[in-house]
Design a protein around this ligand. Structure first.
Ligand SMILES: Nc1ncnc2c1ncn2[C@@H]1O[C@H](COP(=O)(O)OP(=O)(O)OP(=O)(O)O)[C@@H](O)[C@H]1O
Length: 223
């Protein structure tokens, strides 16, 4: 049984081939880091796995269900209901407070504001953010903002969390703190995680590392 899987995925942007037959399978609760050179297709693979991009050929599966054949609207509902996302930086809504940002996926799922804020609050203690609930993103450090983004990615208890360079904008110590919290929270929740990073120290937090080269997943390294 796999949680997230790409089978022989091919995708080009016009004349530019990004994926040339990429295959990867992630087990439920597993944390996998996608590594590889710049331009090798890491982000494109992540976006395919997360139902953001649709492959030209090949298949994407989530929880035993094929998702690349869903239409745009169905994929958008799947992303909203089952997936969490953390990107490099700058993805908090600046007009909202930190706790409103964390509550956002719940509000989008139709939860009432008071209930969503109540669900959001324990994440501040869990991610070492106590006291920062009412700050806006401009009043947070990079590491704090990234932990708020992580809380937002996990608050709706997604089946899978997709993270693209989640520590890319942070110094190495702050990046390691964020990874530590990402891995421990995902393990507590049993969340499957797929993350893209070019940083070997970040990848070392994963259960398994896969290397993408020239649009193919061509090496497996046990962590
Ligand atoms: N939206 C796009 N339009 C056109 N070409 C794209 C687009 N996105 C990616 N590409 C191209 O597809 C290839 C793979 O890109 P991708 O972003 O997946 O690589 P990556 O391994 O994540 O790179 P990096 O580590 O530099 O972020 C590259 O040649 C890139 O230029």
């Amino acid at each position: 049984m796999t949680a997230v899987e790409a089978r022989d995925v091919v995708l080009s942007f016009g004349e530019t081939p990004a994926l040339r037959g990429a295959t990867v399978a992630v087990a439920p609760g597993e944390i996998v880091a996608i590594m590889g050179p710049s331009g090798s297709g890491k982000s494109t693979l992540l976006h395919c796995l997360a139902g953001i991009l649709v492959p030209d050929t090949g298949e994407i599966h989530f929880d035993g269900r094929r998702i690349d054949t869903l239409n745009e609207n169905q994929r958008s509902i799947l992303r909203r209901d089952r997936f969490g996302f953390v990107f490099q930086s700058g993805q908090l809504v600046p007009e909202l407070t930190a706790e409103e940002n964390v509550a956002l996926p719940l509000l989008l799922n139709g939860m009432k504001r008071a209930a969503a804020l109540k669900e959001a609050r324990p994440w501040f203690e869990r991610l070492d953010l106590t006291g920062l609930e009412r700050r806006r993103s401009g009043e947070l450090s990079g590491g704090q903002a990234q932990r708020v983004a992580l809380a937002r990615g996990l608050v709706a208890r997604p089946g899978a969390l997709f993270a693209d360079e989640p520590t890319g904008a942070l110094d190495s110590l702050t990046g390691e703190q964020v990874m530590d919290l990402l891995v421990s929270s995902a393990r507590d929740e049993g969340t499957t995680v797929v993350l893209v990073t070019h940083d070997a120290r970040v990848a070392a937090y994963a259960d398994r590392q896969v290397i993408v080269r020239d649009g193919k997943v061509n090496a497996l390294v046990s962590a």
